[in-house]
Design a protein around this ligand. Sequence first.
Ligand code: 5GP
Length: 200
Amino acid sequence: MTRVNAESATEQRAGKLVVISGPSGAGKTTLLKRLYACAPAPLIVSVSATTRPPRPGERDGVDYHFLLKEEFERRRLRGDFLECCEVYQRGDWYGTLHSEVAPRLAAGKWVVLEIDVQGTLAVLQHYPAAVTIFIRPGSVDELERRLRQRGTESEAALQRRLDVARRELASVDRYRYQVVNDDVDRAVDELCKILSCCGG
Ligand code: 5GP
């Protein structure tokens, strides 16, 4: 576990906001599933909204709130989002709804956001005491191998994800913690320790 930044002086009185990022293919999903089973406090995962179409097996309201672009835009203008942005520069928008976060924090719950780097920076403006964790692959080569193995992307989309990953890896020092996922058991253990030392 590497502690990146000094802890913010601002303490959240109610609940705890945990923001987790990492390149697509860094093994985030596997790690987080394990983390949710062993975390020091029950974690509520915020369901993001997106305009991208569902992948096979994804369910509306569970994996994402899948919105048409017009609906997303309407809600964005209405101020429903804590943060939102276009993630892969191909016209797909992703965003965190206030309704997924604020009421739960107010009720003292622990809320987890799985979002990208630009989203994290926007969230920190509202919640400077958020616990930010960046999950990184062992290397970019390892990331490429995993993405190819997953086989869900065209070559162009895969290259775009790798470009985004390289850019995101350059922003890792904006996070309070970083965890290298080169060994799943150890990485889960580190995540649990981070959450425990944050008040779990
Ligand atoms: P995917 O399309 O593979 O589900 O997600 C692509 C990327 O979108 C991931 O890097 C994920 O972290 C990011 N993402 C998912 N939800 C949100 C969100 O609500 N806000 C932001 N900024 N990024 C998100």
